[in-house]
Design a protein around this ligand. Structure first.
Ligand SMILES: [Mn+2]
Length: 331
């Protein structure tokens, strides 16, 4: 199978139309857009009478509390045996390293890479990468229109979760008129905005708030506050009784701090397979600074204003690295 550089909407619609068996996957450490686009695509394929399987690795469970209301009961944590007969749809995966990469090792495997990361590595047979889309859910929503399918409530809710989380509740720069039109349509399809807000953003576990307190107490600022960061250690997780996913959102406080251009959250990975490694999340408060460049220099990736990577470097080494990178981009 020859690889297409960038697929058109028509090609993707045709590819879905002409195949009957699908396997849907998304990136590791799932977020709202990953889950939302996965479930919505699964629902869309069901409406189209396709045989569809959603896969998520066992390490993704339990799902972070704010997403636990999403229905993943039809998902599987073991790859199906007939994988060679299925078209794989990757959703919201910037690069193959963030996916169960073994899937693509199957000979003759056919895949559609549906994503909105501008640094997507085009690892699929068909690469439908729309960096103008606010979220992958927006692309799924558009494909749904391509098939003249009206969203059922489950699709609408899932798409809305992808939209509201990836646009920072309609506040990030990617929030386009189209994102709002999509929201309007999903609300018309029955989404209860306030109910989803409550589920996603309230009911915060106490451990999460205590972890935030520990992170905020250790904020470090460099270069007149241009770089604001904090480090969360294994000890912090223990002290707060928190899990790794509870660090979600800490970085938004760092970015919102007066004078900050780049915010970084450096946290110890807690899973057994990642012992000794650190996960670094980066946010930029201005479009002049591209944090995906910084992340890629360490083997990661992401968007201009939100990116991340995993590393063996120490906190001190990371601080030096980040300051260098920021000064290189400022120059
Ligand atoms: Mn996304």
């Amino acid at each position: 199978m020859s690889k297409t550089a960038l697929a058109t909407r028509e090609q993707v619609l045709k590819e879905i139309e002409s195949n009957n068996q699908f396997l849907l996957v998304t990136h590791e450490h799932v977020d709202g857009d990953a889950l939302g686009s996965l479930i919505a695509m699964n629902e869309l394929l069901k409406v189209l009478k396709k045989d569809t399987v959603m896969f998520m690795a066992p390490s993704e469970f339990p799902i972070s509390h704010e997403y636990s209301f999403l229905d993943l009961s039809q998902g599987v944590s073991k790859l199906p045996n007939d994988i060679d007969e299925r078209t794989i749809i990757f959703l919201d995966c910037g690069n193959i390293d963030r996916n169960p990469a073994d899937i693509l090792k199957h000979p003759g495997v056919r895949s559609i890479n549906v994503d909105h990361h501008h640094d997507n590595t085009y690892f699929g047979t068909y690469n439908y990468v729309r960096s103008d889309a606010s979220c992958t859910a927006e692309i799924v929503w558009d494909l749904m229109h391509g098939f003249n399918v009206e969203p059922n409530l489950k699709m609408a809710q899932s798409l809305y979760v992808g939209l509201v989380t990836d646009t920072g509740r309609f506040m990030y720069e990617n929030t386009s008129p189209r994102a709002h039109r999509m929201a309007a349509e999903l609300i018309e399809a029955g989404v209860d905005v306030h109910d989803i807000y409550r589920k996603l953003y309230e009911g915060i576990p106490q451990a999460k708030l205590e972890l935030l307190a520990l992170g905020l107490a250790k904020i470090k600022r460099f270069d007149n506050g241009k770089l604001t960061l904090t480090c969360l250690s294994q000890e912090d997780y223990k002290a707060a009784g928190a899990q790794e996913s509870h660090s979600e959102g800490v970085i938004d406080y760092l970015r919102s701090l007066e004078g900050t251009t780049i915010a970084a959250l450096i946290r110890d990975r807690t899973s057994d397979s990642a012992q000794g490694k650190k996960k670094v999340s980066l946010r930029s408060s201005t479009s002049d600074m591209d944090v995906s460049v910084i992340a890629r220099a360490q083997g990661g990736g992401g968007h201009r204003q939100a990116a991340g990577f995993t590393t063996d470097l120490s906190c001190e080494q990371l601080i030096d690295f980040l300051r260098q990178q920021i000064s290189a981009q400022s120059g």
